[in-house]
Design a protein around this ligand. Sequence first.
Ligand code: ZN
Length: 290
Amino acid sequence: MFIGVDLGGTKIAAALVSETGKIITDVNIPTEASKGKKHVLGVISKAIDHLLRTSAKPVKAIGLGVPGPILYEKGVVIGPPNLPGWKQVNLKQVLGKKFKLPVYVDNDANCAALAEARFGAGIGRKHFIYITVSTGIGGGIIINGELYRGANGSAGEFGHMIIDSHGFTCGCGNVGCLEALASGTAIKKRAGMDGASVELAARQGDKKALAVIDETAHYLAVGIANLVNIFNPELVIIGGGVSKMRELLLTPVRAEFKKYALYLPAKSVKIVRAKLGTNAGILGAAALCL
Ligand SMILES: [Zn+2]
């Protein structure tokens, strides 16, 4: 048995997870991030404590997914934008000492990629790219069945791949990042309404909404074509809130992708939707322990 914790800016989801990815018990608690680091650490500890006490079997390790950059080996959270006051927090050390268990920490997009690899759309696949399209855009790279983290754990920041250096300014300060062009935030900016409303309008045939989806699909496809040309994956798995549009988004993405990808890598890849939905975070956090 493992404990997986998905630490978000608004809520903390934690669960007892079996080795096969079955959620045994779960808890959801508001993060109350504005109350600061100490408070949030207290909430996390309480959730873990509760799960340890309810588990019928011994818990072997704790995994955590956090919303931002992290030094993976050390388990140090650098300073996620959604968690004010969190600068250089050694979660691995703090929680390891408290619960006397091995602790693994990674960013939430890597966790979701790992969850799809072990329990979702990526089962049995050796090479795939996972992209989460939500308020922001993130991702994970699976090579030879393992998560590729890079030199200091920051690989897979697909959201900040520069697609149009004359485009919109991104939250990171750079110009023309994929995130600035194709995220839920970019959709909202273009359409003047949120992704769910754009989807509804598009399904009713609204031309402006359909144009916004097509433009989003175009930029996503350019990003995906770059990744596929570089990594030659078997699959591109798309998750995150915006992927709930399903074929309304994926069909134009596939059509645009064909225009930009090279023949050989395009031939062997499938663009599919993620399987795990909102549980990807806790399942991936638990999968860090496997
Ligand atoms: Zn950026």
